[in-house]
Every structure is written in structure tokens, then in C-alpha cells.
Design a protein around this ligand. Structure first.
Ligand code: MN
Length: 488
């Protein structure tokens, strides 16, 4: 595994003399080591900055380091910020200003002017913050005592966002077939997306996938079938259909791994030479961290891969989702989310079942096998990336998933039921006004704050719908943002 680390760079100046600088360095090292025990990735102390050249040198090194995923600064003492300009101006890594302080309390007896000169983050961090604001730098500011759980959690989350940034910049998406005919929201400018987000989005022929499928050996299918049996309950007698999905999964995985792709899309309108729309195959690939979007939706596929990488252990509880239908009974207003087949089992409340059912839509010669389950309960978000023409907009809505209130015995797909914020109908009004798609990424472990941070680093527009959003406020916000983003 490639090492992933974050660099801790501390601002100071020569004015204080060697003794103070040695103390600053020792404490910064101690803080980095202590914080690394609770953070998901190591925070590595790199330098105490005293000159323009020192800033520029460490930034250059960070920019070209494959292991450095983000740049964290702090000012134990005062650090005049003109010397930071040339360095910060060329910084290409995600940037977090940790406005903290070594000591928690003001020591009543001990405090004198020496103490004040050593412990002056309160104004050192303000000088440091000004220059980043003056440079219009996108960055995260986290303020608070470094040993507090809340601060550590926010720094942890920001680190996970930086993983998502790195995944985005290296993302390759394999498209089998084009977008579903005539659909608008799943379209987008692939060149602009590559410039902004780094994604390489390209197409491969369905016929080439079928050729690859025909080459899969029985032994490979047996091994994957055994894995399915371990992880899921088999609730179908059509073992041939399940084995066919295994064949599809193995072929798609081989092609993606060969090309370095971590996401893919396909469409039921182009299954030329395939007996089944990949259902179980796609679901099991998503469980392994691959992004997916149905009907050729490569944008939601890319976002699924990225948000999975930002979750627990780099493959969290995030999935391609679609708002399908509503329950509009007073006091029981919910969205029912599902897809034709392809819902990731990372959302499942219990062990998924493999079932086979007829699928009328598309060109399925045989009944496709798929995983069926109910989604977990709990707070989460849904996210949608749309192309506004000239820019990308990321819309994130807070949701609360519930145990589906109906058993829906004849619904042959995995399902999630949730309440959108601030409530179903206002939430839908806001979502539609913002231009949010029917396809989303639903996540239980990536937060709206994380997605806001990600959008800021990628320099794309962010719209947040939460419990306090009103259509009136949102309309105004969208109007202003539209003007601002046209000027950018
Ligand atoms: Mn769909």
C-alpha cells in the first residue's frame, strides 16, 4: 500500500532566538505524534518556518510528493505573513489551517511576557489567516484545542476529504455504452470535468466486454460463486443466472483493473450480446469500492467511487441511489430509493439475499440475479453533481433513513426509505430548484461538511439543503451564486 501522510508546518520567525524556536519545534513534533494516534493518517512535522525560502522549499516538496495528501499549518508564535506569500501562492495540495494552542489554560501564576511571546497563536494565527484570505486561497480553518475530540474528528474528516481529492484527481471511469437516450441530467462536459476534477472518462465497447466474458474460466466463476455464498443468502434456484452474473463481474473487473479504472457505467439500452443487465455483478463490484452509475451516468459513478474512498477504512457506506417514488401520507412522508437492480450492499441493514426476477426494461434475455435488502437506519446525505453549463454544481441534502415502513413483498430490488430535510415536500422543492438529479450518491458516513470541503478544494459550486433551508433563501442563494460563478 502506498503511504498516505499529511504535513504539519509551523510558522515562526528568527526574532525569538534559538531557545524559543527549539521549544516550538519540540512541541510541534509532540503534537503531530500525539494527533497521529487518533487521526486516520499520520500527521508528520516538517518544518518551523522562519524565512520566505523555507516556506517555498517545503511547499515545492509537498507539491511533488506522492505521499503528501495535504498541508496543515499552525502558528505557535507570530510569523509575519509576507514571507509566506511566494510559497502559499504555488501550493497545490489541500490546505488546512489548524488554529490551535499548545496549552489549554492560561497559567495564572506562571504567565509573564516570556510566556506571552512563546504562546501567541491567538494573534499569530490571525496574521497567518489574513494572507491566505488575501491570496483568495481555498482552505479549511479548524479552531480549538488540539486535544479536544471534536477538533480531532474535524481534522480526521478533512483528511478523508483529501483522500477523496486524490482519488478524484486520479480517477478513470470506464463507460460501457452511452447515456440513456434523451436524458439530460446524466450528461455533462467531460473535458471540463477532467480539468476541474481530474476524471478521465472514456468509453469501451460492450462487444469487448462480451469477448472478455466469454474468456472467463469455470474455475474463476466457481471461486466467485463461493464468495457470493459466503457473503449473501441464496434465495433463488436459478444458479445459472447467478453464475452468469459472476462471469460479468469477473470480466468487468479485469477490464477495469487493466485500465486502472475505479468506476464504470453501463446502460440497459446497450447490452448487445449479454443475457442479463449486470445486477449482482455491479452490486458486488460496488461493495469492493468501485463507483457505478446506471443509464450511462458517469458523473454519479465517479462521485460514488470518491465518496466511498472518503468513508470508513477507505471504502465506506456510500452508494449509487435513485429517488424512485414517494409515500405522501400525512406524518409519514418518505422517499423510497432503489434502482432497477444496482444498489450497493454497503447500505444493507441485514445480510442481503440473492434473488432472480424478470426485468422488463432493457434487452434481458434471462432473469437477472440481484441482491435484495433493506437499507440501514440513521442520518446521512444524498449528493448530486450536475453540469450547469460552464461549471459543475454539487448539491448535498441531509437525510434521515428509517426502516422501510412497508414490507413491499413484491418489490424485487434493494430499497432504502428516508426523510429528506427540512421535510419531504420542502426538501423536494429545494432539490428541484437547485437542479438536483434523480440519481444521487447516498452516504451514511460522509457528512455535508466533508462534501463542502471537497467542493471547495476542487473549486466547484456547492449547494447545501439542511433542516434550516427555505425555498425563499435558497432561491436568493442560487441567483447570487449563478452571477458569481459566471464571473469566475
Ligand atoms: Mn436510474
Amino acid at each position: 500500500m502506498e503511504r498516505k501522510e499529511f504535513w504539519f508546518v509551523v510558522g515562526s520567525q528568527s526574532l525569538y532566538g534559538d531557545k524559543v524556536l527549539r521549544t516550538v519545534e519540540a512541541r510541534a513534533k509532540e503534537m503531530a505524534e500525539e494527533l497521529s494516534k487518533t487521526l486516520p493518517y499520520p500527521l508528520v512535522y516538517k518544518a518551523t518556518i522562519k524565512t520566505n525560502k523555507e516556506v517555498t522549499d517545503v511547499v515545492k516538496e509537498a507539491n511533488y510528493s506522492d505521499t503528501c495528501y495535504g498541508f496543515v499549518t499552525w502558528c505557535h508564535t507570530f510569523s509575519p505573513s509576507k514571507m509566506w506569500i511566494n510559497g502559499l501562492d504555488i501550493l497545490q495540495k489541500p490546505y488546512c489551517h489548524l488554529a490551535t494552542q499548545y496549552n489549554k489554560e492560561i497559567p495564572n501564576e506562571e504567565i509573564d511576557m516570556d510566556f506571552m511571546n512563546l504562546n501567541q497563536a491567538a494573534h499569530g494565527d490571525r496574521e497567518h489567516g489574513f494572507i491566505a484570505t488575501r491570496l483568495r486561497m481555498p482552505r479549511k480553518v479548524i479552531a480549538g484545542y488540539w486535544k479536544h475530540h471534536d477538533i480531532q474528528k474535524r481534522l480526521s474528516d478533512w483528511m478523508k476529504v483529501c483522500i477523496g481529492v486524490q482519488v478524484s484527481k486520479n480517477l478513470r471511469i470506464m463507460r460501457f455504452g452511452d447515456n440513456m437516450r434523451e436524458v439530460a441530467v446524466t450528461e455533462g462536459d467531460k473535458v471540463e470535468t477532467q480539468i476541474k476534477l481530474g476524471w478521465q472518462v472514456n468509453t469501451w465497447a460492450t462487444g469487448d466486454l462480451v469477448k472478455e466474458m466469454n474468456k472467463v474460466a469455470d474455475a474463476e466463476i466457481n471461486a466467485l460463486f463461493a464468495e457470493y455464498t459466503n457473503q449473501y443468502d441464496i434465495a433463488s434456484t436459478d444458479l445459472g443466472a447467478i453464475r452468469y452474473q459472476a462471469r460479468e463481474e469477473i470480466a468487468m473487473k479485469k477490464m477495469m483493473d487493466m485500465e486502472g479504472c475505479m468506476a464504470f457505467s453501463n446502460t440497459f439500452q446497450d447490452l448487445y450480446g449479454m443475457e442479463q443487465l449486470p445486477g449482482l455483478a455491479t452490486q458486488h463490484l460496488m461493495a469492493q469500492g468501485y463507483g457505478y452509475g446506471g443509464e450511462g451516468d458517469w458523473k454519479v459513478s465517479g462521485m460514488t467511487a470518491i465518496m466511498k474512498s472518503m468513508g470508513k477504512n477507505g471504502n465506506g457506506s456510500s452508494a449509487f441511489m435513485e429517488d424512485y417514488t414517494y409515500h405522501l401520507v400525512d406524518g409519514q412522508e418518505y422517499s423510497l430509493g432503489a434502482h432497477m437492480l444496482e444498489v450497493c450492499p454497503s447500505l444493507a441493514a441485514d445480510k442481503p439475499r440473492i434473488e432472480t426476477h424478470h426485468l422488463g426494461i432493457g434487452m434481458n434475455a434471462k432473469d437477472p440475479a440481484r441482491l435484495v435488502f433493506e437499507g440501514k437506519t440513521g442520518k446521512g446525505i444524498v449528493a448530486s453533481l450536475v453540469d450547469m453549463g460552464g461549471r459543475m454544481r454539487l448539491i448535498v441534502q441531509e437525510i434521515e433513513a428509517v426502516k422501510p415502513i412497508l414490507s413491499m413483498p413484491n418489490l424485487p430490488v434493494a430499497r432504502v426509505m428516508w426523510k429528506a430535510m427540512p421535510n419531504l415536500t420542502i426538501g423536494v422543492e429545494c432539490w428541484i430548484m437547485a437542479g438536483g438529479a434523480h440519481h444521487t450518491v447516498l452516504s451514511y458516513d460522509v457528512t455535508a461538511e466533508m462534501m463542502r470541503d471537497w467542493a471547495r478544494i476542487m473549486e466547484i459550486e456547492f449547494v447545501h439543503i439542511d433542516k434550516n433551508t427555505t425555498p425563499e433563501k435558497l432561491e436568493e442563494e442560487l441567483l447570487i451564486k449563478d452571477l458569481v460563478w459566471r464571473l469566475k
